[in-house]
Design a protein around this ligand. Structure first.
Ligand code: SF4
Ligand code: SF4
Length: 188
């Protein structure tokens, strides 16, 4: 459940989410189909339909700390199920971006660390490289030996590769990351 605090920034949050996601929040009629299909909703304290309702009611930046914002797997089931064609996943994505931009994220656990480790490997190798990502993640958590018993089986089944990926367009990916950072600095 989300407690809504009415503040001057409330309207600003709704507007910023609509601008970033391209979604008209006003058309949601709270049928909750997005929540019933969400694979994460059972584990999170907040459901997608509650996020939609809270934004509609003028929730402020406290919404940025909702656990679903960080637990969302971006599977887009919610968007596919919405009878109004609302891209709910884009709304959650917008909240995640705003949480980072406003320094308001109070996400629990190691989700941001995982996120950074993943993006760093994509930036470096042009594609996802699991071993590099796992190493960066484990160094960050300090729990180097956690889950290592699964490693040989995953390697054997070809689920992860020892060597970094070949091919792909590393230069273009690096250029995208560089442009994003420059854009972020310019907005700061
Ligand atoms: S499925 Fe669509 S209309 Fe129904 S609650 Fe979710 S966002 Fe609103
Ligand atoms: S995109 Fe996120 S909120 Fe939507 S159904 Fe998937 S996990 Fe749930």
């Amino acid at each position: 459940m989300i407690t809504i605090k009415k503040t001057k920034t409330s309207r600003a949050l709704k507007d910023a989410v609509e601008l970033l996601s391209g979604v008209d929040l006003g058309v949601c009629f709270q049928c909750k189909k997005c929540s019933s299909g969400c694979p994460v909703a059972k584990l999170a304290k907040t459901r997608p339909s509650e996020i939609m309702r809270s934004l509609h009611l003028g929730a402020g930046d406290e919404l940025l700390a909702s656990d679903l914002v960080w637990m969302c797997a971006s599977c887009e089931t919610c968007s596919a199920r919405c009878p109004m064609g609302i891209d709910v996943a884009a709304v959650i994505d917008a909240l995640r971006k705003l949480a980072l931009a406003r320094g308001a994220s109070k996400q629990k656990g190691n989700v941001p660390l995982f996120n950074r480790a993943f993006l760093k490997t994509v930036e470096t190798f042009g594609r996802s490289y699991e071993i590099g990502m796992i190493t960066a993640y484990k160094l960050g958590t300090g729990k180097l030996m956690n889950d290592t018993e699964k490693f040989p089986a995953m390697l054997k089944k070809g689920k992860i590769a020892l060597l970094p990926p070949r091919g792909g367009d590393r230069k273009t990916v690096k250029r995208i990351f560089k442009a994003f950072k420059q854009n972020k600095r310019a907005k700061a």
